[in-house]
Design a protein around this ligand. Structure first.
Ligand code: MCA
Ligand code: AMP
Length: 518
């Protein structure tokens, strides 16, 4: 139990995540932080100074704590400095997938009302038309307009005093209704999860993290970056995932994090060997289920046992297989320190091990709610304060993985493609709006590369025909490319049950087994 004195000290501390991060920056700050192939090295002090300059520039531009800064850019190191600048200035960082198209962005900007939007030079014109008067700045390989404003600013900035529940970031996740919701993440959420991961995965300053994930989602931005920054480690900073390049760089790395597609693509490289991965101490997989076949093939080829963990945008990381001890394929391990997980039946009672139920989470990692959607937020929590993940699982009842969580499916209608979530409803609405379409159903079918491939079954209107290429062409430019179906099948009618509900499992079986049978 903490004493009243300790309590006052804790409450008085600055809960800003940046205060925690900077307290872990290596002393004698000329330590390398980012190793960027073909570009050079960014040291910790350089990163800290760049983030101070950007923070000063944002404040000079009129930003005040709580303002949103939306960011849709490529993975330049200055964008990491921008993220840190937002934290330390008390601004709310809002990263956006570079695949999002105008219609999607328009919604995010209307909903979040950012004061500043940082984007790629090529999208300025479009973004200015939908930015609702936000200041639009570019970032490119040399720093862009953002850096032009920041260059001459002071290299010091006093981190804003934040309360634990102040917002640090908003990350949009789509939902079963087809409408995206902004998950509001606080400084407490991000800090608690980061500390739990550094401990769980034994990060130290000696680590070199191979960072090939995008930095607009929780996995690449929070999980990977925070583990490295909170341990003073280095990151091999790659603009994107390229399997051949990764294998070439592996000998320099000690940790790699990726989605399952990374691992299947690495396995397709003959150059992936035990020797190539001899310095790596940890391979982490998450964001989507890692197939036991991939787990086994990777172990066979490299001698490494991938550590699988489970998380969500709304909660950060929830469970993890252990750093020491059994890492069991098909399971996601035990709850992280400080995180509570329960599996419950329809009545809300805890299931005994081996019985499948709904996975719920509680803890300092669980988000503050959906941005400006109090009713939606209430729906996603139980009366006693647990967050409903929408995932279905069980506690492993016995054997070496006893007590580990095993996910068996999802109650939510969700497809995960290459680690990216696609909600069928959103795609169905776009397809149904196309001429000649009566109705549609979108499903995920097993795919060797993406895990699941977005697939559409479309019923044409009487007398109309539906052509796969036309549907795909019509959706491109309208929605992010990873959401566009890889296959479109015309069918006479959608299978429905007695209640009139579309039987997506029937469609999944039909198109997974015999995709040519339209
Ligand atoms: C790209 N394409 C995709 C995907 N990515 N299609 C379906 N699913 C995808 N994930 C399409 C593009 O639209 C394009 O289509 C073609 O593939 C090539 O594009 P390119 O950009 O070259 O793709 P890539 O570089 O091969 O990208 C695949 C990838 C990438 C490396 C797997 O998607 C990726 O980095 N995924 C990681 C996402 C991630 O960070 N998830 C974490 C979310 P066309 O040629 O037809 O135009 S956070 C989360 O889930 C929680 C919190 C958690 O637990 O971590
Ligand atoms: P997101 O909304 O992008 O944060 O995705 C969160 C969802 O990804 C979770 O609710 C799970 O359905 C899924 N997920 C994340 N990690 C894993 C994993 N290791 N195994 C299975 N599903 C996962």
């Amino acid at each position: 139990m903490r004493s009243a004195q300790q309590g006052r000290e804790t409450d008085a501390m600055n809960a800003n995540l940046h205060a925690l991060i900077e307290s872990h920056f290596p002393s004698g700050t000329e330590q390398p932080c980012l190793l960027i192939p073909n570009e050079g090295v960014v040291h910790y002090d350089e990163l800290a100074q760049a983030s101070a300059r950007i923070a000063n520039a944002l404040v000079r531009a009129g930003c005040v704590p709580g303002d949103r800064v939306a960011v849709q850019t490529d993975k330049h190191w200055q964008v990491l400095a921008l993220y840190l600048a937002c934290l330390r200035a008390g601004l709310v960082y809002l990263p956006l997938n570079t695949a999002y198209q105008k219609r999607e962005l328009e919604y995010f900007f209307r909903d979040a009302e950012p004061r500043v939007i940082v984007c790629r030079p090529g999208s300025v014109g479009m973004i200015e038309t939908i930015g609702n008067g936000a200041l639009v700045l570019t970032v490119d390989g040399r720093g862009g307009e953002l850096w032009d404003r920041a260059r001459d600013e002071s290299t010091t900035f006093v981190t804003v005093d934040s309360k634990p529940d102040d917002l640090a970031a908003i990350l949009y996740t789509s939902g079963t209704t087809g409408r995206s919701k902004g998950a509001s993440l606080t400084h407490r959420n991000l800090a608690s999860n980061a500390l739990a991961l550094v401990e769980a995965w034994a990060f130290t300053r000696r680590d070199v993290l191979l960072h090939a994930l995008p930095i607009y989602h929780v996995h690449g931005l929070f999980v990977a970056v925070h583990c490295a920054l909170l341990s003073g480690a280095r990151m091999l900073w790659l603009p994107r995932f390229d399997a051949e390049e990764i294998v070439d760089l592996l000998p320099q790395a000690t940790v790699m994090m990726g989605v399952p597609t990374f691992y299947t693509r690495l396995l397709a490289q003959p150059s992936l060997t035990r020797d190539a991965s001899r310095h790596v101490r940890l391979f982490v997989s998450g964001s989507a289920p890692l197939l036991p076949e991939t787990f086994a093939a990777f172990r066979e080829r490299t001698g490494h046992t991938i550590l699988e963990r489970y998380g969500m945008t709304e909660t950060g990381m929830i469970t993890s297989n252990p750093i020491e001890g059994v890492r069991a394929p098909g399971t996601v391990g035990r709850p992280l320190p400080g995180v509570n997980v329960r599996v419950v039946d329809d009545a809300g009672d805890e299931c005994s091990p081996g019985t499948i139920g709904s996975v719920q989470v509680r803890g300092p990692n669980v988000f503050a709610g959906y941005w400006r959607l109090p009713d939606k937020t209430r729906e996603e929590f139980t009366a006693d304060g647990w967050f409903r993940t929408g995932d279905v699982g069980e506690w492993v009842p016995d054997g070496p993985a006893e007590g580990y969580l095993r996910l068996v499916g999802r109650a939510k209608d969700l497809i995960i493609s290459g680690g990216l979530n696609v909600y069928p409803k959103e795609i169905e609405e776009r397809i149904d709006a196309l001429p000649g379409v009566a109705e549609s159903a979108v499903i995920g079918v097993p795919d060797p590369d993406f895990g699941e491939a977005v697939t559409a079954a479309v019923v044409p209107k009487p007398g109309a025909t539906v052509d796969e290429a036309q549907v795909i062409a019509a959706l491109r430019g309208d929605i992010a490319s990873f959401k566009v179906p890889k296959h479109v099948y015309a069918i006479d009618e959608l299978p429905r049950n007695a209640m009139g509900k579309v039987q997506k499992n029937v469609l999944r079986q039909r198109f997974a087994r015999n995709p040519d049978k339209g």
